[in-house]
Design a protein around this ligand. Structure first.
Ligand SMILES: [Zn+2]
Length: 273
């Protein structure tokens, strides 16, 4: 019996985004608030971070999005909540290189950093609609760090695996994590998939089958129409066919109920162990 990983989503900032980012063809005038997470995973003698946060806002904005919190302080405060210092992190996995997932990477000088090679290449020559969503100022800093470029699925060690899930970006990767105590449960009941921005929220994983209401920042009700699609595509992607393929790959890796979306407000304060 080996006690393996525990997963803790830690809120580093809040970002405001139009409903149309959460849901393809959705309203671009109503904004909702979403947490920016850095994910702390501990176990097997490792201290792992998934994603490296968003920069501090200037005049309230980062890359055109209203943001509160963030920056190095946001990362330190989040890690303080689990009594960890940035220098103790030995592994950083970046799901992808969008500006709200990499900005504070320089703080993790003792970590080996895992990025998909395709994502790395794409950041330097992004599709036109993503030009302002990659920020080379942060990305290039990694060239002098312990950067490991990975080509597809990759096992860091048993129970901690990178899962290539292209679609939202050319090289997005999820993280398959086994939690709890081995042999105490079936492996599928101990397996989670951190999906990054492949799914922003649980709505993308479990599309509404009847109309639902969200509340926007001004307290207005926004109605989301039901869909017959098996997954609800977000508004930002590079290839929708590839995105759907990656949804079904995600389902092979973890049970639908154990796929963790990248920005869902209900994940604040949760622990998976
Ligand atoms: Zn993204």
């Amino acid at each position: 019996m080996i006690d393996i990983y525990t997963i803790r989503p830690l809120k580093q900032a809040e970002i405001m985004a139009p409903v149309g980012v959460l849901q393809m063809l959705g309203d671009m005038n109503s904004f909702v608030v979403a947490p920016v997470f850095i994910w702390f995973i501990e176990g097997n003698g490792r201290k792992i971070l998934v994603d490296a946060g968003i920069e501090e806002p200037v005049n309230g904005f980062v890359h055109g999005f209203p943001v509160s919190g963030g920056g190095e302080k946001g990362v330190r405060d989040a890690l303080d909540s689990v009594n960890v210092k940035p220098g103790e992190i030995d592994t950083v996995i970046l799901t992808h290189l969008h500006f709200d997932h990499v900005a504070i990477i320089e703080l993790f000088q003792n970590a080996r950093i895992y990025v998909q090679k395709k994502e790395w290449m794409s950041a330097f020559n992004p599709p036109i609609h993503y030009r302002f969503i990659y920020d080379l100022e942060h990305i290039q800093k990694m060239e002098n760090m312990d950067l490991c470029l990975v080509d597809g699925d990759f096992v860091i060690e048993k129970g901690l695996e990178l899962v290539f899930l292209p679609g939202h970006t050319q090289g997005l990767q999820g993280v398959r994590v086994e939690v709890g105590i081995t042999e105490s449960k079936k492996v599928e009941d101990r397996t989670y998939l951190l999906a990054g921005d492949h799914f922003y929220s649980y709505l993308n994983i479990n599309p509404p089958k009847e109309p639902i209401e969200l509340e926007d920042l001004k307290g207005n009700k926004i109605k989301l129409q039901p869909t017959s699609l098996p997954f609800l595509p977000p508004g930002l992607h590079v290839d929708l066919t590839e995105w759907f393929d990656s949804c079904f790959k995600a389902m092979r890796v973890a049970k639908r109920s154990q796929i963790l979306p990248g920005h869902d407000p209900t994940l604040v304060g949760k622990v998976f162990s």
